[in-house]
Design a protein around this ligand. Structure first.
Ligand SMILES: C=C(O[C@@H]1C=C(C(=O)O)C=C[C@H]1O)C(=O)O
Length: 282
């Protein structure tokens, strides 16, 4: 049988889980990608499992199941999902052109929820590669995610920066889940014992990442730049669990996305019960 194809998001936000992910003895292939490539790969059946955009889970519903207790979430500022504006507040973006990174699915739709539902403004959008200066030549505001957003925030360009995790939390009081570990439903049905072993390794990796973050911080400093304080603060602001609070925030996000017509149907959060069969939780 071919290896299980697992995506590895190339952004630092998943390193606290992937750094200690041990593939020894597993029949897996790790494929580095940005979220939008992973979402496409999963939809086309080229990738079996990975931390997909939570929005992509909703789009593909009910084709995937979620591995419990893994996510990329934040309650409040996330530190790497930023809207850059030339000084305007979110409420002043009616009719504005906004450039969206072509690497994201969750955050572009989160932005639409914040602007269209909460601020009642209706901008126009264009999708571009994540280059802040090029985006700002063509638009009044730009959305970046992941390390592109982090690097963008380090430059002294004078733009106003809105953290979408923080803006979501201010308006809803809820946590926001940007990615969930999803697996194609047929893989879950056909290769459950292997999935259990893979899942166990992910959970072990996440626990190690919580206990010993220092090597992860060192890797980020050497590969991306920035200070130890920056990365400690960034990683500590992220949450990689999928507990009650995260699920409550995610359900609300799906509900708003469906109400705005961004998703076609009501979404249930189906998690894989790794000791029995597929179940719908919470
Ligand atoms: C926290 C982040 O979350 C990411 C945001 C995603 C999206 O917007 O679709 C997808 C996966 C997450 O890993 C980030 O990129 O900074």
């Amino acid at each position: 049988m071919r290896p299980v194809r697992i995506s590895e998001i190339s952004y630092t936000n998943v390193w606290p889980v992937y750094y200690y992910f041990e593939t020894e003895g597993l029949e897996v292939e790790l494929i580095p990608q940005v979220p939008s490539q992973l979402n496409r790969g999963m939809a086309q059946g080229e990738i079996d499992l990975g931390p997909i955009s939570s929005f992509a889970y909703g789009e593909a519903y009910p084709n995937y199941v979620i591995l419990p207790n893994l996510s990329v979430s934040a309650t409040g500022p996330v530190g790497s999902i930023f809207l850059f504006t030339k000084g305007k507040d979110l409420s002043e973006l009616d009719g504005a052109r906004i450039a969206l990174t072509n690497t994201s699915a969750t955050s572009v739709n989160l932005l639409r929820i914040l602007l269209e539902r909460f601020e009642q403004v209706k901008p126009t959008y264009l999708t571009m590669a994540p280059h802040l200066e090029k985006m700002m030549e063509q638009a009044e505001a730009a959305l970046l995610i992941g390390d592109d957003a982090i690097r963008g925030s380090w430059h002294h360009h004078g733009y106003r920066i809105f953290d979408l995790g923080e803006e979501w939390h201010k308006r809803t009081g809820l946590s926001m889940t940007f990615a969930v570990w999803a697996v194609r439903r047929e893989i879950a049905e056909q290769r459950l014992p292997e999935l259990e072993r893979i899942y166990q390794r992910f959970i072990e990796a996440k626990e190690k990442g919580k206990k010993d973050l220092e090597p992860v911080v060192n890797k980020a400093i050497s590969q991306v730049g920035g200070t130890r304080e920056f990365w400690e603060h960034y990683f500590n602001g992220l949450n990689h669990d999928l507990g009650k609070d995260q699920i409550k925030g995610l359900k609300t996000y799906y509900q708003y996305a469906t109400e705005l017509g961004l998703l076609k149907q009501e979404i249930e959060i189906c998690t894989l019960d790794l000791l029995a069969s597929i179940s719908t939780s919470v």
